[in-house]
Design a protein around this ligand. Structure first.
Ligand SMILES: Nc1ncnc2c1ncn2[C@@H]1O[C@H](COP(=O)(O)OP(=O)(O)OP(=O)(O)O)[C@@H](O)[C@H]1O
Length: 291
């Protein structure tokens, strides 16, 4: 693909730029003045409550839904134009999908020519790792097996942008570990992955930065590390007063409290689930939130 010159922020190319986006399915507005920037070479996690609009956002990025207001640029192009060169640089794995009545090997032969840098050796390796029989018919596979075929296909496609919507849904316990290892091994500086998920425990130590979609906007787009540099979680046995702490949560043995990190702070870093709850909680009242 002849990529247009992309803007560079902090040494990383901006592969997705969304500005002032407005979108509705019905008279109710889903996105209102939504802004988003995604930089090359990262595995982003897209988090949000049910109905926040994660799938919708991913469909806009992959040229399947059209916005009413604002501007979207993906790899420098407007995805609504659906140019073949741009579409061959995006692989989108939906949460649910119908697959044709054919063997996985036939599907490979049919779809792989669409992706100019498709790596057949990698595809075979990923399928071996996921224990997939390429001679089995796709429509006779379980949900998890189908996901593994498409995931292997997407990773081997070598597209600049790989979008995975709830990829671990349907995967058994050993496959989730395999998923993390395979995704991490397929990542390169030239690629960008966006993974939408509710299964944050499956994604711990894989996705970073984190994007949180809430109330029609992106309310957080930053690394977990940047939050942990500023804040710390500590366990206390006395119930803290709600108005004296930024965030608290009842846990076994006491209360988890989020406070600003000082030089002598001792505590544990935020896990993704707590980070999500903190950001949503902060968005309710405070100006600014945790940033
Ligand atoms: N085709 C459609 N027509 C009308 N409304 C829709 C359509 N698709 C989605 N919606 C609505 O838009 C909102 C966002 O849906 P979307 O699937 O993008 O959310 P999500 O964050 O992916 O949700 P979940 O986490 O439950 O998968 C929801 O309120 C949903 O009901």
């Amino acid at each position: 693909m002849q990529e247009n010159a992309l803007a560079v922020q902090d040494g990383q190319e901006v592969v997705v730029h969304m500005q002032d986006i407005g979108f509705s399915y019905t008279e109710n507005r889903l996105f209102n003045h939504l802004d988003l920037e995604i930089r090359r070479g990262n595995i982003y996690g897209l988090l949000g409550k049910n109905g926040a609009g994660k799938t919708t956002l991913l469909k806009i990025l992959s040229g399947q839904l059209f916005i009413e207001e604002g501007e979207t640029k993906v790899l420098g192009e407007n995805p609504q134009k659906r140019s073949p060169s741009l579409l061959s640089e995006i692989f989108y794995l939906p949460e649910e999908f119908p697959l044709p009545k054919m063997k996985a090997s036939e599907y490979l032969a049919m779809r792989s020519p669409f992706y100019p840098r498709f790596d057949h050796g990698m595809f075979a390796q990923y399928c071996r790792e996921f224990d997939i029989d390429l001679n089995q018919r796709l429509d006779q596979m379980s949900l998890g097996q189908k996901k593994k075929v498409l995931l292997s296909f997407g990773l081997a496609s070598n597209t600049a942008l790989l979008i995975l919507d709830e990829p671990t849904n349907g995967l058994d316990i050993p496959s989730k570990k395999q998923f993390r290892q395979t995704v991490a091994s397929a990542m390169t500086e030239q690629r960008t992955f966006i993974i939408s998920t509710h299964q944050v425990r499956d994604m711990e130590n894989l996705i970073d930065p984190i994007i949180i979609l809430h109330d029609g906007k992106v309310i957080f787009n930053d690394t977990v590390e940047s939050v942990n540099e500023k804040y710390v979680l500590t366990l206390t046995t006395e119930q803290p007063k709600a108005d004296e702490v930024m965030y608290t949560e009842k846990v076994l043995g006491g209360w988890m409290v989020l406070s600003e990190r000082t030089d002598d702070s001792e505590g544990k870093p935020l896990d993704l689930e707590t980070l999500f709850n903190v950001i949503i909680e902060q968005s309710k009242g405070s100006a600014g939130g945790v940033r």
